[in-house]
Ligand binder design. Sequence first.
Ligand code: NAD
Ligand code: MG
Length: 406
Amino acid sequence: MAISILGSTGSIGRQTLDILQSEHLAPGAPVLKVAALAAGASNLDLLSQQIVQFEPELVAVPSDSDRESLRASLADYFKSGKKTEILVGEEGLIACATHPAVKTVVTAVVGFLGVKPTLEAIKTGKTIALANKETMVAAGHLVNELAAKHGSKIVPVDSEHSAIYQSLEASILKAQAAGKSLEQAGEVEKLLLTGSGGPFRTWSEEAMARATVSDALKHPNWSMGAKITIDSATLMNKGLEVIEARWLFSIPAHKIEVVIHPQSILHSAVEFVDGSIVGQLGLPDMRLPIHFALYHPQRVPSARVPRLSLSELKDLTFEKPSFSRFPCLAMAQEVAATDDSSACVLNAANEIAVDSFLKGTITFTDIARTIERTLSAHKPIKAPQLGDILEADRWAREKSVSLVAV
Ligand code: NAD
Ligand code: MG
């Protein structure tokens, strides 16, 4: 079976390839061929090493000059007769997402950039191992519509959604067999979406207003790309995950409860209508949900996923989130209940605000203010189609750029 990785040099992309290295495969694990890799311009050296190691048929980079640099560093590889086609831009990214030999596409790019290639991959019926949560946030309704039409399966990579998916799988299959949505099948009371609380879980609002970029990049449990690490500090990550869960599981937003669990051992759970809570536990290591998504529906042995020993666990604690100290979570929960273009606007404004914070243009608490002001100026569109989503994203970026520049 062949796979494609969009964002192969990032945190999720690298961990996906780590699982697939032949010397890391457990005995009996099926070999997955890497047919296509796409990456940004920031780490072309790593991309070139990945190409030499995995010999993909197709690679995509953002620009012609990136392609020239990559070709130059791969001179020996090509001289030895290896064949890898290198495409550029959005067209290249979409070609990687729709490569005919590929069964599963791992969407590990950051942000709205993932929307078009993911939708195109869905239209060709591929399985999506979905890490790029922003696609589900901005275009969840469209993703579901197209996935149903083209028989494409979406398997979450996000650890919380993987935990919920694993806890719910029997209910999902039963609902599908009965031709019902999970909500119509009536077994689920609520989804319990856990989150560590991030580096500022115990910080006051005043302290957060003075937080530096390096404070916000110190995540207590997970090592991830910069954007999602800042989202974890504002708790926007948890908010985006509420919207992601709403669409992935077709569950109304009011049935999704965020629970703060600082140890990140229970990755999320489902409360059923009979009062039973079923969850999934593991060490905080993304290779576990990536491995699950790559091999789904099989359970395959893993030589790379570190094991959790229950008898060595000490405290597992749970608490309610503070919506007043973390307004991004409050805004995202509100938006999750609308099912309209507000989610796309929230996502775009957040991308601009996080980028501005990382560049030192705005303070940590300005992130929420920028998003709030952008959202309040937006006129929402119900059941947005692709054109509406692209326009809402464009408008929200323009609006928030003007706000952060003031
Ligand atoms: P990252 O910043 O580490 O990696 C992003 C990847 O996208 C890099 O390979 C980068 O080169 C690539 N990229 C950038 N511009 C590109 C372009 N124009 N064309 C093609 N590729 C381009 O990000 P990450 O932490 O791996 O996160 C990826 C996605 O997975 C995000 O949506 C994030 O929310 C989600 N996610 C990440 C984690 C995690 O542990 N890192 C956990 C859950 C979900
Ligand atoms: Mg997550």
